[in-house]
Every structure is written in structure tokens, then in C-alpha cells.
Design a protein around this ligand. Structure first.
Ligand code: ASP
Length: 441
């Protein structure tokens, strides 16, 4: 019998997880059961993925750089990547702003709903935590992000999943120094990292065998812990505006794929679909990163010299979905609370949402923290911030899941585009044992 492709298995796991979650919500004690007995399996899976992120970045980036032979090529890839990332993010924010100004989802929202949402969420721990986190991040100078990028202790950086850019900085520095001492002297290290890289990719495969069950657990838990359905419906217009914008981003990536990369966009989406499904289930581009790297390298055919740099950097600084969401959410809140935004304010939103998406951590809910900074930049009254966030809190989780898919798709698209532009896009080389338990066994 022909084996079911991995993305189908994951999709079936997701659907069953949602159905199970819905059933459990109506059974007495069901939510408790899911929390105690089902959710842990989802958490273990996310931890396993995060566990291998640092070794994977180090091994593959060192392999990528040491295969280069020439540092100037690296500069070329680096500049292109950053330039394209900024370009796609600005496009995402612009799409968000255009849509929210045309649809005006905030104007239809009744006083009653605003009141209800405020009462439910304005004083909730979730909203307070986001505002506190935002003020902590904001109290730093303009060049703080550069300072933060440089670790003062390599081991400490490697032991902190949030310090991904520091790890990347150290690894690039290390890789370039390896190039400089010449092939002969660096060979033992290169062999070591090549082998480490193979091992970690194998770990990704083994972890992925568990993916269909893990997404079941993750989604069942999302469903049982989701909010009052009435509130979700009140925010439907806003939610749909964000989702429609995100879909336009997919169309944009598909256009890039067919015009510039000259590949069938549907084929591309199929190749990376397991990464997208995981992004949706985990709401974390960082947790999805190992899978994104595996898919883009082995199934799309991007050379490691490109993917090993473009993808980890993208997971941290390129968040097209998040920035589109920030634009829509900021204007939605302003509309709902009758706070006028001038044209200059909207331009400020573009700039701050761009910086905010670079600064957002690749973890669930990070986008909402940065939204506070975007709102403050346009002069939104501080005493109304909690109310503003309360308005969108109920739908944040489902929108987070959707925007994370776009964040990951954007990274994969840019990696493929950069690879094509520097002649590093080859044929896919999926390993036969991929996604296939019998062979892995
Ligand atoms: N969860 C998103 C990510 O990991 C970030 C966000 O928008 O909150 O990409």
C-alpha cells in the first residue's frame, strides 16, 4: 500500500484534534482531561523541536559558510537577504493598512461589545503581561538591537533559545575564521560539523514521525482553552480582515515563485506544507525552524550555503504575517475607540511595525507585545492601551496560528528566491526514508 504523505497525516491529526477538542468542551471535566493527559504530548513535541534548534543552526551554518570558499559570496547573500526581508515586510504592512482602511472592521463594533471585551480582558493577566513586556522592551536606545546581537558569552547564548541572533552572530564569526585559516587546518572541524549536521537532520526526521499525534494534542488543547464563541463572532470582521490579508500574502509569494524563481508555486507550497502545518499548530516560527530548514533544503532544493543563513535569520527578523497583523490590529483598535489616525500616523505604523516585526521573538503571542509599541508610537493614550488590547485578545490565538504560517512561508520563499538569484537552487534531494517510519526504523 502506498504510504500516506506526511502532510496528509499531519492534517488528519489536526482535524481529529479539533473534533476531539470540540467534543471534550461539551463533556464535563473534558477540558481538565485534555489539559492533564493530552496537552503534555504537544508540549513534549514542541520542546523536542526547540531542543535541536541551536545545534542545527550551528552545524548547518558552519557547513554552509565553510563550503563557500570565498567570503565575498557570503556578503552578497547576506545583503540580498536583509534587503528582500525588509521589502516583503513593508509590502505586508502596506497590504494590512490598505485592507483595514477599506474594510473598516473597527467601525461596526458596538459599544456593548467593547464594554464586554473590556470587562473580560482589560484587567486580565494576559493583557497586563503584554503591556509590561512592551514597556521593558521599549526602554532601550535605538541601537540596542545591535548591542543585543553580540553575545558576551558564547555558551550562555547557546543555552538560551531566545538568543538566536547571538548564536547566529557567533557561528558566522566562527565560520568565517575557519575559512581564513585555510582548508587544511579547518578540515577536522568541518568534518565534525558535517557529521553533526547529518545527525541533527536525522533527529528532525525522527521527531517528525511523532508530528501527526503531536498536532492532535496541540489543537485539542487550543480548542478546549479557547474563548467564548460569542466574542469570537463579534470580532469576525476584524479576524477575517487579517486572514484575508494573510491570504493575499500567499498570493504574493506565489507570484514571486512563478515570476522570479520560475517554479510552480503549488509544487513549492506542497513541498513546504509540513512546516506550514506545524507553524499553525505550534504558533511558533522558532519551534518550526528545524522542519522549515529540512523541507527547504531537501524538498525544495535550496543549497545549505543559502538556507543555513537565510532561514534562522528569517525566523527571528522576518515576520510578514506578524507585521500585517500589527498594522490591521493597530488601526482596528483606533477605529473601534474613535482615535483618529492621520496619514502621517499610518506611515509611522509602517515604520514601527517593520522594526517591531524585526524585534519580535518567534514565539506564540509575541506579535501582540510589539503591537503595544506600534500603538504608542502613534500617540495612542496609555490609559486606553489595556482596553485596546482587550478588544483583540479573544481572537489573538487563532490569528497567531495563521500569521505564523505566513511568517514561515515568507522565510521559505525568500530563501528560495535568494538561492535562485545566486545560482544555488538545485534539484530537491529528499531522502527516501524521509517521512517514512519503516525506512527510518
Ligand atoms: N507567533 C509568531 C511567530 O512565532 C509571532 C507572533 O506574531 O506573535 O512567528
Amino acid at each position: 500500500m502506498k504510504k500516506l504523505a506526511l502532510h496528509w497525516k499531519i492534517l488528519i491529526g489536526m482535524v481529529l484534534g479539533i473534533v476531539f477538542g470540540v467534543i471534550m468542551t461539551s463533556v464535563e471535566g473534558g477540558s481538565g482531561f485534555v489539559g492533564n493527559w493530552i496537552k503534555p504530548f504537544g508540549s513534549i513535541f514542541v520542546k523536542l523541536l526547540k531542543l535541536i534548534a541551536v545545534p542545527l543552526i550551528i552545524a548547518s551554518l558552519i557547513k554552509g559558510i565553510s563550503d563557500l570558499k570565498d567570503i565575498s559570496k557570503f556578503k552578497n547573500i547576506g545583503l540580498r537577504t536583509i534587503g528582500i526581508y525588509i521589502g516583503t515586510t513593508v509590502i505586508a504592512i502596506t497590504i494590512g493598512l490598505l485592507l483595514v482602511n477599506v474594510v473598516k472592521p473597527g467601525e461596526g463594533i458596538s459599544e456593548e461589545t467593547i464594554e464586554k471585551l473590556t470587562q473580560t480582558y482589560a484587567n486580565s493577566d494576559g493583557v497586563k503581561a503584554k503591556i509590561a513586556e512592551a514597556s521593558r522592551q521599549k526602554n532601550s536606545g535605538p541601537l540596542q538591537f545591535l548591542v543585543d546581537m553580540v553575545p558576551d558569552n558564547a555558551m550562555k547564548a547557546m543555552s538560551n533559545n531566545k538568543a538566536m541572533l547571538q548564536v547566529i552572530f557567533f557561528t558566522i564569526f566562527f565560520g568565517i575564521s575557519m575559512l581564513l585559516i585555510g582548508e587544511k587546518k579547518s578540515e577536522p572541524l568541518k568534518n565534525f560539523f558535517d557529521s553533526l549536521n547529518e545527525v541533527v537532520l536525522k533527529m528532525v526526521d525522527l521527531i517528525m514521525l511523532f508530528a501527526p499525534y503531536a498536532v492532535f494534542a496541540l489543537l485539542a488543547n487550543v480548542v478546549v482553552s479557547s474563548n467564548d464563541p460569542d466574542l469570537l463572532i463579534a470580532l469576525l470582521k476584524y479576524g477575517l480582515t487579517v486572514v484575508f490579508g494573510l491570504l493575499l500574502m500567499v498570493v504574493f509569494y506565489m507570484i514571486i515563485m512563478s515570476i522570479f524563481v520560475k517554479k510552480n508555486p503549488l509544487w513549492f507550497l506542497k513541498q513546504i506544507s509540513p512546516a506550514q502545518l506545524l507553524a499553525f499548530s505550534t504558533s511558533s516560527s522558532a519551534a518550526t525552524l528545524p522542519v522549515t530548514m529540512e523541507r527547504v533544503e531537501e524538498h525544495v532544493g535550496v543549497d545549505k550555503e543559502v538556507s543555513s543563513f537565510v532561514l534562522p535569520v528569517g525566523a527571528t527578523i522576518n515576520m510578514d504575517g506578524t507585521s500585517l497583523y500589527q498594522a490591521v490590529a493597530a488601526v482596528f483598535i483606533a477605529q473601534a475607540l474613535s482615535f483618529d489616525l492621520s496619514f502621517a500616523d499610518q506611515l509611522t505604523i509602517i515604520l514601527t511595525a517593520l522594526l517591531a516585526s524585526i524585534g519580535s521573538a518567534a514565539v506564540p503571542g509575541a506579535g501582540m507585545v510589539m503591537l503595544v509599541i506600534v500603538l504608542e508610537a502613534v500617540g495612542f493614550p496609555a490609559d486606553k492601551l489595556a482596553i485596546g488590547l482587550a478588544l483583540i485578545f479573544a481572537v489573538d490565538r487563532p490569528l497567531d496560528m495563521c500569521r505564523t504560517v505566513i511568517n514561515v512561508t515568507g522565510d521559505a520563499t525568500v530563501a528560495t528566491l535568494v538561492a535562485k538569484s545566486v545560482g544555488k537552487l538545485g534539484d530537491p534531494k529528499p531522502k527516501n526514508w524521509d517521512d517514512n517510519y519503516d525506512a527510518v526504523k
